[in-house]
Each structure stands twice: as C-alpha cells, then as structure tokens.
Design a protein around this ligand. Structure first.
Ligand code: ADP
Ligand code: ASP
Ligand code: MG
Length: 815
C-alpha cells in the first residue's frame, strides 16, 4: 500500500497533471491512495474572493470567474473531447454551489470560520473531481474517495482536530472495497454533523499522513516542487540543498519553525507507526529527495537544517515584583492560552526579573489585553512594568539531533551573526538540544540565514560582497585583477568574490543578487548607473544588508574618508589606499580602529604606505610580537623617486614632473607629492602604527620647492612656475652630482622626532641604488639593532597598488 500526495504546483496546470499521471503509472500495480491539493493558487484565490465578498466588494465576482475559468480550461485542455461533457456538468454544479455561497457571503457581509471552511473546501473538491475523471479517461481505473466523509473531526473550524478512531475505521473500510487507485481531496473533512471542516492551511500533507497511518502504508511520498526538505528556505538562500535523511524529530522542528515544504501535524500520525516519509520533486522524479525516518540521526552532519518564522513580536514583561513569585509564569501562560495566543518562543533570565515571549504579530492586541487583565493589580502597584512590545522580529532555528554531542555550535552561530552586525534579541535552546533558536530583527533575516547557511553547510564556501568607490586607474586595475582570479578563487579557495557595487564620481551601479558582470562593468555603469552621491552609495550598501561586505575606497577624497566610521559601525569592513583617514587627527585614527574592533569589522589600509609592499603588516607583526621601533628611515614616494631618478643636469625639472604625471606616478595634484605632504602622511602612519601618538604638525618638513610655485592653483600654473624657477632645481641637482651623491626625498623618524626632506645620499648608503619608482623602508628595532629590517620594491603604480588592496580583501576573506 502506497500513499502519494501531490501539492498545488504539481497539480497546477494540465502539463503538470500529465507528469503526475506518469508518476502514478510508474508506481502501479500497487494499491495506491493519491491525495491531491487544490490547483496551485486556488485556495488563496478562494480566500481573497470571500474576503472581498464579506466586505461588500463586488469585484469578488471577477475572482470567482477566474476560479471558474481555471477549472474549465483545465478540463478543456486535459480531457478527451468525448468525455469532457460529463466532467463539465459535475464541475459546473460545484461551481454554481460556490457561486451561491459567495453571493450569500456578499449579501450578509459575513464570513464565519464555518463558511470559510465550506468555501475553501471547494479547491480540493474541484481538483480531485477533475483528476479522477482525467485518470479514468486515460484508462487508469480510479475511484474518488470522499475525504469529507472519511475524515471526521471536531468542529474547530479552520484547524479541526481529527477523531482518529472513527477516521481510521472509515478509511480502512472504504479502501478495502475501493479500486487499486483512489484519488482523495486533501485538506477537507467534516464534523459529527457532516458540516465541512478543514485541517489548516497546507493541510493536504496531513490528509495524506492520516491515510498512510490508517492503512499502515509501506510507502508515503509527498510530491512537491522542490527536491526535498532543504538545508534552508530556497527562496531566501540560493545555495540551499536537499537534506538526504532526517529523523522525525528533526523534520518536526524544521517544519514547526517555518520549513513550509511539510505541514507540521503531518509527522505525528506516521511517527507513531514509524512509516518513513519521502519528499520528492514532481519535476525531477529522478532526484533522491529527502527521507524522514526513525534512524536518520547518524552521519557526520550535526546541524541538519535552518528554518525561520517571520512576523514575530516579542513581549517583554519585567518588574521587581516578579522575582521569586510562584505562579507568575503560570499566570502569564494561562492568560495567553485563554486568549488563544500561540507562544512560539520563551526566554527567562535566571534572575527572574524578566520574561520574554515571542508570538505572531497578529496576536499582539489579544495578548496585551489578556496580560493587562491578568496582572491588573501588579501593574497598578507598579510591581511589574507596563508590557513592552517589540515588532518587526523573526525567529531563526538551527536544527539537528546530533547537535547535543558537539560543543561550540551556539558560539559558532552567535559569532557568525555578530561578525555581520546582526544582533540577537533573544535566545532559546530546547533541553533536547535539538534546536537552537534566536530572535533577530526581520530586516536582517535573509542575511542571517545566508550567513548561518554558509557557516554550517558550506563551511568551505564563502561569498564576499565588495562595494567599490573609485574605478579609475587603481580601481579599474583591481576589477580586472579580480575578474582574472575569480574562477581560480572559486574553485581552488572556495571563495566567491563578488563586486556588488561600483561608482566613479558621476555614477553608481549595483547588482545585489548576482554581483556585477565583470565582462562589461563599464558598459553597465554607463547605461544603467544612477547618479553618484556618496552617502546614497553607503545607504544602498547598508540596505543591501549582505553578509561579508567590504567597502573599498580607491579615491583620494576626504569626503569619502569621512564616511568610514559610519560604515564600520554597520559591521562592513573598509579597505583603502586613501591615506586621508589614517593621516587625519590622531583621535579620528584611533576612533576608526576602535570602531572596527567594536563592530567586528576590519579596517585595512596596507596600500597607504609603499603601495603593495607589505610594510604595515610587517610593522604590525613586529609590534604585536613585542618588538619596539626605534628608528625609521625611508624613501616613501614612488613619484618623487621617479622624478629624482630622471632629473639630470640640463633637463628641465618641470618636464620631469609633467612626465611623472602623464605616467600616473603622481597624485592627481602633483603638489601633494612635491610639497612632501604625501610622504609626511606616510611616515605619520608608520609612526602611529608603531604605537605612538603623533600628528602631522609634529613632522618637520624641509621643502625644496619655492613658495611661489606652491601658491599656484592649477597644475598648468604649477608647471609654468616650476619652469620659471628652474635654476633653483638645477643648482640642487648639480651640487649633488659634484659630490657624487644622489637626491632622495627621505622620511626619518628618530628619537621621537620626524622629518621629511630632500637629501643628498652618498654612494655607500642603501638608498643610493634605489631605482625608478621604488620605495624602501628601514626599521631599526630592539631586535633589528645594527642591521635594519629592510622592505624594498616598487612603491607606486596601479598594478602593485591594486594587488595590495586585493591582498587586504583576501586577509578579510580568510579571517
Ligand atoms: P505544495 O504546494 O507542494 O504543498 P508548498 O508550497 O506547500 O508545496 O511547499 C513547497 C515550498 O516550500 C517550496 O517551493 C519552497 O519554496 C518552500 N520551502 C520553504 N522552506 C523550505 C525548506 N526548508 N525546504 C524545502 N522547501 C522549502
Ligand atoms: N490547498 C490548501 C492550502 O493551500 C491545502 C494544501 O494545499 O495543502 O492551504
Ligand atoms: Mg504544502
């Protein structure tokens, strides 16, 4: 004996019904009960239609015609013409009855639970009648079982309770005499007076389980539109995958906490008889699906699934009058239960000073009234505080029988959420330890499910979401580098590096779901970009609320640097070559670092000094391991090094500076380099990273550029002014040459003093041989006393800077 249940989508269209027929035929000749839902969407349409009628809205008639047409066209498309008329007349009789009831609802303007049951029952009654006729027309001998008459319940309309003794007897008697294949309507039943009742929304699964248990079925299969119970709701978590095996208890927990694929009461009847449930996909019958059975808790996977419930409200009852008072919780739950409020989650701190319950938000008013009435006296004596209600909440539950055998699951859950800025409002763990439940804000739900899913089910796979402002030379190169490495990282490192938002000074463009297609990022920005506004960019990034988000600032812009604190506070990491933030006031620098720590975000800026050279990470490692920096000597400007390596007697200084700009080695404003400000910022950052409180004003700057040149306001004026003062520069270069020395712009920190300036470097100095745009840093420390720790290499240019930013991103991904 087999019991198969086909859900709304499976029986939703004529094409799908043909697939259902094939599945039934493949399973023959075994005796089979086939429970069917209403045609997909019809129950919802019936509900809306009766709501409209009850509110006196004539447009209910339009919905009614839609419902009628849906069934009539199914008959037209599915049944052979010669058998259609019999089915048409049966269905029309039912539709006329429905029309009369709806008219009654419209005229009386009332929809009692009893009438609603009657109305909703038409969905399954209609579908089962059509399906039986279709199968018979296909020469598959099928009987129509009368579920309403067979399944007997009490009169609790909309969610009736089954009288199993009577029902089981009815079913076994009927099936013993029926054909080998019987189709039965799901969801519907009747009370002792024969009045129609229903088993609750989603109740066709339950109907099938009642049949399976009554008949001691060997196989019980629920055919739906997904390939089994998934590790999480596939509509929220795209990487969710089917769970091969679950225990009855695990399935019960997952379905109670929102896994819609199975209606929770379904499990009870078959659990008692230990009949396994298979969940199968009508549209991919070859997929193994999920088996829910008694012996499923072996295996390595200790967390089996993740589910969630939305529309939760938290009620917090607090007050000194609660401590140690017996019966307090009893009274609370009695009041809620009498008001027919279903309590979904309960937490109470051991101080007993407060108790918190989670309920469906539709029950808020009822609960408030019930609690106010029950605790009237305590409230008036101020022994308890007025009830606090928090709305906009959701519940997320982590489920698995074997969780109790593992320590640290709660910790892993909380840290994964915390790292992504999701705070937890309440926690509950059942003593079975099969379920850890947290309440969080509903706006974080999708992110939370994805974060947890990544953490528990794809422990290897990780998606990073990058938001990039500044896509010129450095940013553009970074995008190209990421594009090139994408597949390698995905396949070899299980890392999906998605660029989700990009912006230049004019436009910004986002693709939250799939990430921007990097084959044509410029084209998409041009054609689909919105006008760029930095705070708007940040808002969009925060609203996207994606896990593992990183903001990358490739600009040299102070306004953008001013946004970091707010971004870090949203638990979004910041990576930047922009030196402005770290070289701003010391307090701001410290605030950014402590904000990152507090909100578990990262603030990385390796490329602030020496482009892609590992200067700051090396310095950080020295400091963390207990070394102390005594002296730093460095050539930190790739641009100035390039300029002084190219500047020879007889060549105009202005031409060399201009050329450096053309080749992209200077800042957009070359004065930033030539004035030494850029180098001052870099040595300042090195000093601060060494652990000292230092300001830009504490650094002595020995400028070699005449003030008049510095006072110019455009790049062209600056170049002309340099030309005008060329003899100053010629003298500097020929003096150095006369001494056999080279000119280097050197930054020094020694004995607590810092300075930057042009220096003549003799032949035996390590700086003498510095080529092109190279940088060099010498660290003299307690451990590196005579021979300094030297870091040397290309210190400017888009490729190396982009690769330094890339490395910071990777450090975050691997943390
Ligand atoms: P049917 O009409 O066949 O009864 P339902 O719509 O009631 O189907 O349930 C199947 C749907 O449940 C799937 O399409 C899926 O979107 C949703 N769903 C939610 N959570 C889960 C989960 N954990 N596993 C599988 N499906 C889920
Ligand atoms: N048709 C009913 C509903 O949509 C029952 C079911 O499909 O399980 O709730
Ligand atoms: Mg269902």
């Amino acid at each position: 004996m087999k019991v198969l249940k086909f859900g709304g989508t499976s029986v939703g269209t004529p094409e799908n019904l043909r697939i259902v027929k094939d599945i039934l035929v493949a399973g023959q000749p075994e005796k089979t009960v086939c429970v069917v839902s209403a045609l997909g969407g019809v129950t919802n349409l019936l509900h809306s239609c009766s709501d409209l009628a009850a509110s006196g809205d004539e447009s209910y008639e339009e919905l009614l015609s839609q419902i009628e047409e849906r069934h009539l066209s199914t008959i037209r498309e599915l049944l052979p013409v010669k058998t259609q008329s019999v089915t048409f007349s049966k269905i029309k009789i039912l539709l006329n009855e429905l029309e009369d009831i709806m008219k009654g609802v419209y005229l009386i303007r009332e929809l009692s639970p009893k009438t609603l049951d009657k109305v909703l029952s038409f969905g399954e009654t209609l579908s089962s009648n059509i399906i039986v006729d279709y199968l018979n027309a296909e020469n598959i001998k099928t009987d129509l079982g009368d579920s309403k008459a067979l399944i007997k319940t009490d009169s609790a309309h909309n969610n009736a309770n089954v009288d199993f003794a009577l029902t089981n007897k009815n079913i076994t008697e009927y099936i013993s005499k029926a054909a080998d294949l019987v189709v039965c309507a799901g969801f519907v039943s009747s009370d002792e007076n024969g009045v129609t009742t229903t088993l609750g929304r989603g109740g066709s699964d339950y109907t099938a389980a009642i049949f399976a248990a009554a008949l001691d079925a060997d196989a019980f299969e629920i055919w739906t539109d997904v390939s089994g119970m998934m590790t999480s709701d596939p509509r929220q978590v795209t990487s969710a995958h089917p769970i091969e095996k679950l225990s009855f208890q695990e399935a019960l927990e997952l379905s109670h906490f929102g896994a819609k694929v199975i209606y929770p009461p379904t499990i009870q009847p078959v659990l008692d008889k230990k009949i396994p449930i298979k969940i199968k996909n009508t549209f991919a019958p070859e997929d193994p699906g999920t088996t829910i059975c008694d012996d499923a808790n072996g295996g390595k996977q200790f967390v089996k699934g993740l589910s969630s419930v939305s529309n939760i409200a938290l009620l917090n009852l607090t007050g000194s009058g609660m401590v140690g008072v017996p019966k307090f919780s009893f009274r609370l739950f009695k009041a809620l239960s009498e008001a027919k409020v279903n309590v979904i989650i309960i937490t109470q701190a051991s101080s007993e000073h407060s108790i918190c319950v989670g309920i469906d938000k539709k029950d808020i008013e009822k609960s408030q009234e019930a609690i106010a009435a029950e605790f009237q006296l305590e409230l008036s004596l101020r022994k308890i505080d007025p009830l606090e209600v928090e709305t906009g909440m959701a519940i997320v539950a982590l489920v698995g029988d074997n969780m109790r055998q593992h320590v640290g699951i709660g910790g892993q859950m909380f840290s994964a959420l915390g790292e992504n800025g999701i705070s937890i409002k309440a926690i509950a763990q059942g003593s079975s330890e099969r379920n850890i439940t947290v309440v969080l804000e509903e706006r974080h739900l999708k992110k939370a499910l994805n974060v947890l899913h990544e953490s528990f089910f794809l422990s290897k796979k990780k998606r990073m979401n990058l938001f990039m402002v500044g896509i010129g030379n450095v940013g553009g190169t970074l995008i190209e580098q990421i594009k090139k490495q994408y597949h390698y990282l995905d396949e070899q490192e299980d890392l999906e590096l998605k660029i989700v938002g990009i912006a230049n000074s004019r436009k910004m463009y986002f693709n939250d779901e799939d990430g921007i297609n990097l084959e044509d990022w410029k084209g998409q920005l041009d054609s689909e970009g919105e006008p760029m506004e930095a705070t708007q960019f940040v808002n969009r990034m925060v609203e996207a609320n994606l896990r593992n988000s990183i903001f990358i600032d490739n600009t040299a812009n102070a306004d953008i640097a001013g946004l970091y604190e707010e971004i870090l506070k949203k638990s979004i990491s910041v990576v930047t070559p922009n030196k402005i933030a770290c070289a701003s006031g010391y307090e701001n620098y410290l605030t950014l670092k402590s904000t990152a720590r507090e909100y578990q975000s990262k603030f990385y800026y390796e490329t602030n000094v020496g482009a892609g050279l590992p200067v700051l990470t090396t310095l950080g490692d020295l400091i963390k391991s207990g070394d102390k920096i005594n002296k730093i000597q460095a050539v930190l400007s790739g641009s100035l090094n390039f300029i002084f390596n190219s500047f020879k007697p007889g060549v105009k200084f202005a031409d060399v500076v201009r050329q450096a700009g053309v080749e992209g080695y200077t800042e957009p404003d070359p004065k930033i380099d030539l004035s030494g400000v850029d180098v001052m910022r870099k040595i300042l950052i090195l000093i601060r990273e060494s652990g000292l409180k230092f300001e830009l004003g504490d650094i002595e700057s020995k400028s070699f550029i005449p003030q008049e040149c510095m006072d110019t306001t455009s790049n062209e004026d600056f170049y002309s002014s340099l030309e005008k003062h060329d003899e100053v520069f010629q003298k500097i270069v020929s003096d150095a040459e006369a001494k056999g020395a080279k000119l280097k712009f050197v930054a020094t920190f020694d004995k607590g003093q810092a300075s930057v300036g042009l220096e003549e470097v003799p032949k035996d100095h390590p700086f003498y041989i510095l080529e092109g745009k190279d940088n060099i840093v010498l660290f003299y420390t307690n451990r590196y006393v005579e021979q300094p720790l030297v870091i040397k290499g290309a210190g400017a240019g888009a490729e190396v800077t982009a690769s330094g930013i890339f490395a910071d991103v990777m450090r975050i991904a691997n943390s």
